[in-house]
Design a protein around this ligand. Structure first.
Ligand code: GLU
Length: 583
């Protein structure tokens, strides 16, 4: 077996410099948000590794270079198309709450009110048992062709050697300086000399390199049951607040409740993917605890009923916005980690889409928020009022295809940019704040809220790694970060590519908007400028602009083995796409 330990670290580094947002060719492809991670994954593909090997090696590298969005302190969802078996499988590596968690976990006992989001975030309470390493281990065992240890070594080299700080990285530190300055281990790593690192400087993370190598040598047991587990539990239960903080933080930093047993008991789940049809496509997505698969599937089913053609952009966008709002109302009302399978199946059925689409008028936008549908009814009557939505902006996504036709779509996260702001001392990685993805209190009026905390429960996610087959063969794989906007970004890229007939790079670059069942559409300025004039007369209203939505990655598989790898041209500083044999 070829060893990646011998990987020349300078090869990916120089390759990284040349990578742009689009690449086409054959023999394997990868798209990530980061040039170093893409170069590492490409190197694995070139050396005969498969898509799963490359995805793990790239994800481990993102843990170094995109540490505020991803890493072994977090979780994620891995979707895999196996070319030999012609099946789509998923790994649910979502973070898990402590066994002692109850529905009032985020209620301050002192006053009976929910904690402020920022207070809950920067605390031990927000941290769930990380699932990322267990995801890599399971994927490597089930589908990879290299031991996990080999796949961690290129990332360890990047952590040792360091990487160049860019403007996005510096901005993420700047935005987090108040929280990071509370913890010595975080400050020493990311606030060198007490300030965010300058653009162009090299940042090294030798502790993380050692952590990766320890895991490579001894296996994931050191993380879930050994010395790293003890360090995680100590950090969560006794947050290592600095005696000499370099910042002020307006909240008490509360301890959490994770135990060694919680870590030792962590298991990934292997749920069947969600599956729905759109025209001649079969769309596979992530099931619960993600709401991504059902929400994307439901919205596509609703859009399909419009019988749109590529020529009418206004109607296509109108249906996209209406379908998103309806799907979000249903998601908020019905989807959480414990939602019965029968309900999930109903939400992505054509009969449900008919029941929901009947409310859409081509001439007039629905008043938002729209109520959810009544899961027990068959007619066009909605049920009680739904709740608000959530939004974050951390997370990262990557897409890989290999020469054998296997495809990986993988979204991983530590929740907010910077997670809970605590680097585990001596270990070099940040902890997640994923448990703040639970609703702190009920949001569904008199109806039960499917996303309240509970013992050992996984919080609802919006991550939507998606693999689309056409006539039974992989056609498109895509995903994005962006909290609840992930669902709409994935939908909109699909709409752009499949309904509006854009090329994949055009579909990725096009300006975005997100309607998550609130009064105003959240849109990038270019979207509102281009489409506001035709959508406003239909009754659509806009919230204040947001600078950007998402940071997607995608790969299209064209007939005869061609591959188009696509990343963001500009959002979040632009991503990096590569193919093994460029055309
Ligand atoms: N925690 C979010 C989720 O699982 C993702 C965070 C983000 O992308 O900002 O849906």
């Amino acid at each position: 077996m070829l060893s990646l330990a011998s990987l020349s670290v300078s090869a990916p580094a120089s390759a990284a410099a040349a990578l742009g947002p689009t690449a086409s060719g054959y023999g394997g492809a990868i798209s990530t948000v980061d040039a170093t991670a893409t170069a590492v994954g490409l190197d694995v593909l070139r050396r005969g590794g498969n898509a799963v090997d490359a995805a793990i090696a790239a994800a481990a590298t993102l843990g170094v270079t995109e540490p505020f969005s991803a890493g072994i302190g977090g979780g994620g969802f891995f979707v895999y198309y196996d070319a030999k078996r012609r099946t789509v499988s998923t790994i649910d590596g979502r973070e898990t709450g402590p066994a002692s968690m109850t529905s009032t976990y985020f209620i301050d006992p002192a006053d009976g009110l929910p904690y402020d989001f920022a207070e809950a975030r920067v605390s031990g309470l927000s941290t769930g048992v990380p699932g990322t390493l267990a995801t890599w281990q399971s994927a490597a065992r089930m589908w990879g062709s290299r031991p996990l240890g080999n796949l961690l070594r290129p990332a360890a080299s990047v952590a040792d050697r360091g990487f160049v700080v860019d403007a996005t990285f510096r901005q993420q530190v700047t935005d987090n300086a108040a929280a990071f300055g509370q913890f010595d281990a975080t400050g020493e790593l990311y606030l060198p000399g007490g300030a965010p690192p300058a653009v162009g400087t090299v940042l090294r993370n030798p502790d993380l390199a050692d952590t990766y190598r320890l895991i490579a040598r001894e296996g994931t047991g050191v993380f879930y049951r050994g010395p790293i587990a003890r360090d995680i539990v100590r950090t969560v239960r006794q947050p290592p607040v600095s005696a000499t903080p370099t910042s002020t933080w307006p909240y008490p930093i509360r301890p959490g409740r994770l135990t060694l047993d919680d870590l030792a008991g962590y298991r990934v789940n292997l749920p069947a993917p969600t599956r729905s049809d759109f025209r001649d496509l079969t769309v596979y997505g992530m099931s619960t605890p993600s709401s991504g698969g059902t929400a994307v599937g439901e919205a596509l089913n609703i859009i399909e009923r419009a019988g749109l053609s590529g020529g009418d952009v206004t109607q296509a966008l109108h249906w996209y916005l209406e379908a998103s709002a309806l799907a979000f109302a249903d998601r908020n009302r019905y989807v959480g980690a414990d939602t019965p399978r029968a309900v999930l199946r109903k939400l992505i059925s054509d009969s449900w889409a008919a029941q929901r689409a009947c409310q859409i008028s081509p001439a007039r936008a629905l008043v938002k928020p729209v109520p959810p549908g009544d899961i027990n009814a068959t007619g066009c009557t909605p049920s009680t009022v739904g709740g608000p939505t959530d939004q974050g902006k951390s997370t990262t996504n990557l897409t890989v295809a290999d020469r054998w036709g296997n495809v990986v779509e993988y979204t991983l996260t530590i929740e907010q940019t910077g997670g809970n702001a605590m680097v585990v001392p001596g270990r070099g990685f940040l902890l997640n704040n994923e448990l703040t993805d639970f609703n702190f209190t009920g949001t569904q009026g008199t109806a039960p809220d499917p996303n309240l905390p509970g013992p050992g429960k996984r919080p609802r996610s919006s991550m939507s790694p998606t693999i689309v087959l056409k006539h039974g063969k992989p056609f498109l794989a895509l995903g994005s970060p962006g909290g609840a906007t992930i669902i709409t970004t994935v939908l909109q890229v699909l709409l752009n590519r499949v309904v509006l007939d854009m090329s994949l790079p055009q579909a990725m670059a096009a300006p975005r908007a997100s309607q998550r069942n609130s009064a105003g559409i959240q849109a990038e300025p270019a979207f509102r400028t281009a489409y506001g004039p035709s959508l406003t007369p239909l009754g659509h209203t806009f919230a204040p602009d947001v600078a950007e939505l998402g940071a997607a990655t995608a790969i299209e598989l064209t007939p005869y083995g061609g591959l188009i790898a696509s990343a963001e041209p500009t959002r979040r500083g632009g991503g990096a796409a590569a193919v093994v044999h460029p055309r």
